[in-house]
Design a protein around this ligand. Structure first.
Ligand code: PNS
Length: 171
């Protein structure tokens, strides 16, 4: 008996302020495993990010424009509600080091408590990105250090534009 093909959609949520090559690595690994991976950028009015949500969406959409399996979207409210709305059965999160584990496990178990239908999958980036975070990228760039190879070229350009326009780097 023929079975109807099931589509596996994963949501990769985060702040992405800004997108780093560690995020890109996880997204590319996810795009191999799932039919679609939705990069879901949290709209959080209580945080004061360096890049607006619109800027973060534009950067991520440009970086993944040639990859149809990668979609970039925004969300607010509960992640599990958003995942259900997108008919996603998986939440992907990156796990860089053991120091990430406690926070990720807390979130995964809380999300399971909220919706047992959605599974969290923790994925390891390439070793060279295990020390990388958006926060460190902003700090290093703001202090004049090089972030070449740590973020997509477009993100480096946008960082330079921010500093150039006098917005400064708030970390
Ligand atoms: O990149 P970040 O800041 O580590 O991402 C955190 C994020 C966006 C995944 C998390 O804050 C989140 O899921 N927020 C949505 C609100 C929610 O669902 N909270 C309960 C889940 S524990």
């Amino acid at each position: 008996m023929a079975t109807s093909p099931s589509r596996h959609v994963a949501v990769y949520p985060g702040t992405f302020d800004p997108l780093t090559n560690g995020h890109v690595d996880i997204i590319q690994r996810g795009a191999v495993l799932f039919d679609r991976i939705v990069v879901a950028i949290l709209i959080n009015p209580t945080k004061s990010p360096l890049f607006s949500v619109e800027e973060r969406v534009e950067m991520a959409r440009t970086v993944f424009k040639s990859q149809p399996a990668v979609e970039v979207d925004t969300f607010d409210g509960l992640l599990v509600d958003y995942a259900q709305q997108r008919q996603a059965n998986v939440i992907v999160r990156g796990l860089r080091a053991i120091s990430d584990f406690e926070y990720e496990m807390q979130m995964a178990l809380m999300n399971r408590h909220l919706s047992s239908a959605i599974e969290t999958i923790l994925m390891m980036p390439a070793e060279s990105y295990t020390y990388l975070s958006s926060q460190l990228v902003k700090e290093v760039f703001g202090l004049g250090g090089s972030v070449r190879g740590l973020v997509p070229d477009l993100v480096e350009t946008r960082l330079r534009e921010k500093v150039g326009t006098g917005n400064g780097i708030r970390v």
